[in-house]
Design a protein around this ligand. Structure first.
Ligand code: PHE
Length: 477
């Protein structure tokens, strides 16, 4: 059977933007920004999105569109080496890790959406009375397991429908809905008393925080940029592999990055006025998995018409999360379809069954070796996988594809693509991998103990070793 493709150009952009826009924007972005120096952090983050995110998106697009295959087949075909094919399996693993914790959070959101909707028909949402205790009771265990399964089933249903009739159709409805509802909520929130104070807090330009904590800020900013743009997981490779015509990849990448940032900023404009208008101090609401559910849920409980606002808000989050989770599931599915010629439906069933188990573990959330499974997977594991994953993609495009990549970037891209092509290749082949390795090292606290320049040196050495490895491997094939 011929491989499916997107029906329209807008379809691809919305699907990719739908993948990018998700819990990362609505659940994480406002808090991370507020905690790390407000709009000064926003500036650092925007810089990373522009200088690392957009070139990174382009790299994944180039691999996907050039090969028309899932990450495994793509890396193997473009390099002619089975070792790269094996590395492709790394992305399949990353995707499984991602969806395992993501569908648990998606399950929490579904539950809150359902609870809030019950409030529309008269019942008082159960979490209104004591948000903190309520969340503590449902975050892990059988409750979480049930809703994880429900969220996973919804995800599987969309992916089941295929590229055009499932993913493209679904995101064409979900993405605009998310944007419109979020703008509505932001306008509404802006009219509440306390909004001005909230904006001042959220968008405060605290350059001193950044100056004093460059290392601490760089890690979160880079991690947030990669996660929120769905980079380093092979998602964008997979989605771009369904493009069948030439169009300007730089244009598409820019639109996706802008849409994604817009939703993050909008989410902050909803969340903070709400909290401030009710006198909830955001710095006192513990950040982390429960923030949205405890702080915000508490705010909804005190608002007149809170159930309606809560239903709308959690509805937006469900849609945003779903359009991201489908992009995670699609990676292992496309792998099975492409590599083993499995029928799509079988592949979806198989992968879903697997995630029932791995996600179930995150939902039950036992403590192993001193950390919780959920915390480990959602935190350092995913951060490290995405950073390493993207670094490998960049090195691959820069050193293995080389001029092929330039040709692919130029195709359909007009003058702009031609102009940026060479600087882009230099950036992703040399500067950005070093930057990524550097942030990986800061995340693991290496820079704190070594200092700035020694860490840069280590990053350069790691990068050079990787490139030397690539050259030898090439000489062997
Ligand atoms: N970008 C998504 C979000 O912000 C998460 C994601 C990461 C999706 C990696 C796919 C791959 O929620």
């Amino acid at each position: 059977m011929a491989r499916e493709t997107w029906a329209t150009r807008v379809g691809f952009i919305l699907a990719a933007a739908g993948s990018a826009v998700g819990l990362g924007n609505i659940w994480r972005f406002p808090w991370v920004t507020a905690e790390n120096g407000g709009s000064a952090f926003l500036a650092v983050y925007l810089g990373i999105v522009l200088l690392v995110g957009v070139p990174g998106l382009l790299a994944e697009f180039v691999i996907g569109r050039r090969s028309n295959q899932s990450p495994v087949g793509a890396l193997r075909a473009l390099s002619g080496s089975r070792i790269w094919g094996l590395w492709g399996v790394f992305y399949v693993g990353t995707a499984v890790a991602l969806i395992s914790f993501y569908s648990v959070v998606g399950g929490w959101i579904l539950r809150y959406f359902g609870e809030s909707a019950l409030g529309l028909v008269g019942a008082r949402p159960a979490y209104f009375a004591a948000p903190g205790r309520y969340f503590g009771g449902v975050a892990a265990g059988l409750d979480a397991l049930g809703f994880h399964l429900l969220f996973l089933a919804l995800t599987a249903l969309v992916v089941f429908g295929g590229v055009r009739r499932g993913i493209e159709l679904g995101t064409k409805v979900m993405m605009p809905a998310v944007l419109v509802l979020l703008i509505g909520l932001a306008v509404w929130a802006g009219a509440r008393s306390g909004a001005a104070e909230a904006y001042a807090f959220y968008l405060s330009f605290d350059i001193d925080t950044i100056r004093a904590n460059v290392f601490d800020v760089l890690g979160p900013a880079a991690g947030q940029a990669l996660f929120t743009l769905s980079l380093g997981a092979g998602t964008m490779i997979t989605y771009a592999s369904y493009i069948d015509e030439d169009r300007s990849l730089p244009f598409d990448a820019t639109v996706i990055a802008i849409l994604n940032t817009l939703v993050g900023v909008l989410a902050g404009l909803v969340v903070f006025p709400l909290l401030f208008s009710l006198g909830v101090d955001p710095t006192q609401t513990a950040p982390g998995p429960g923030a949205l559910f405890v702080g915000l849920a508490g705010a909804f409980a005190q608002l007149p018409g809170g159930a309606l606002i809560a239903t709308t808000f959690f509805g937006v989050v469900v849609l945003a999360a779903l359009s991201s989770s489908i992009s995670m599931l699609e990676i292992p599915v496309s792998f099975l379809v492409d590599e083993y010629s499995l029928a799509r439906r079988r592949a979806v069933a198989l992968v879903t069954l697997g995630v029932v188990v791995t996600g179930g573990l995150c939902a039950i959330n036992p403590t192993l070796w001193g950390t919780t499974v959920f915390g480990f997977v959602a935190g350092s594991l995913v951060d490290a996988l995405l950073t390493a994953g993207l670094a490998a993609v960049l090195l691959f495009v820069g050193w293995v594809m080389g001029t092929d990549a330039l040709a692919e970037l130029r195709a359909g891209g007009g003058d702009l693509s031609a102009a940026i092509a060479t600087p882009w290749l230099l950036g992703i082949g040399v500067v950005l991998p070093v930057f990524l390795v550097f942030t990986l090292l800061t995340t693991f606290g290496v820079s704190a103990s070594l200092g700035f320049w020694p860490t840069v040196l280590v990053a350069v050495l790691v990068g050079t070793a990787a490139v030397a490895g690539l050259r030898t491997e090439r000489a062997l094939v």
